[in-house]
Design a protein around this ligand. Structure first.
Ligand code: COA
Length: 184
């Protein structure tokens, strides 16, 4: 159980600075994300939190990677990109990952990160910002609604287990290999 001191500590107003992410932040951001985006039973193939994800985004879109710092510690991050779609003159922004250290939730840190990210997008000429999250991630849904997002569109992931076919194929390959040996 949390003590009154703990929750007082959590509600303590800390000075939070948002700044561009730099190369020395990669490991810290990755490990913070590991705590926030835990692997689900059914992995979402669209995107997974791993070291490549952070490195790739930093490599391709470092100007859209931000961190929030409090007491010289990274306590949050926002990683995104911009994109244009064929047959659309509009430029889109996509906020891929937004995360705040659970010890600092409810202190306005995600809001700060988001507002800085949104300003970067506006400066880039982005007209529509996109975000996505699991349907049961209520804190994120509340957060995005509060930031002005709306018009949610459902998208359902299905999965097909190809294990039996894979096993059959391997067995067939193994049998034909034995046959070749026998004929030699
Ligand atoms: C979603 C998340 C980024 C919010 O971070 P945060 O710093 O706690 O958010 P803020 O303090 O800026 O909250 C701003 C507003 O969002 C809403 N909100 C945030 N967390 C909420 C929660 N747990 N329940 C309900 N509303 C919430 C509130 O309206 C809040 O305004 P208020 O404090 O005036 O009520 C944080 O919970 C998180 O890191 N979650 C795990 C990672 C994740 O799911 N990321 C989003 C998908 S990539």
């Amino acid at each position: 159980m949390k003590s009154a001191e703990d929750s007082e500590d959590k509600n303590r107003k800390v000075y939070v600075a948002v700044r561009p992410m730099d190369i020395d932040d990669l490991a810290t951001v990755f490990h913070l994300g590991e705590r926030l985006f835990t692997a689900k039973e059914v992995p979402n193939l669209y995107r997974t939190w791993d070291d490549f994800e952070v490195i790739d985004l930093f490599h391709s879109d470092s100007e859209f990677c931000l961190v929030a710092e409090a007491d010289d510690r990274i306590v949050g991050f926002a990683l995104g990109t911009t994109l244009t779609k064929s047959r659309s003159a509009w430029k889109y922004g996509h906020l891929f990952w937004l995360g705040v250290d659970p010890d600092h939730h409810g202190q306005g840190i995600a809001s700060k990160l988001f507002h800085r990210f949104r300003d970067l997008m506006i400066a880039e000429g982005v007209r529509i910002l996109l975000v996505d999250t699991e349907a049961d991630n209520l804190p994120a849904l509340h957060f995005f609604r509060k930031m002005g997002f709306g018009n949610p569109q459902e998208h359902i992931y299905l999965s097909l287990n190809l294990d039996p076919q894979l096993r059959q194929l391997r067995e067939r390959k193994a049998t034909s290999r034995y046959r070749l040996h026998d004929e030699e």
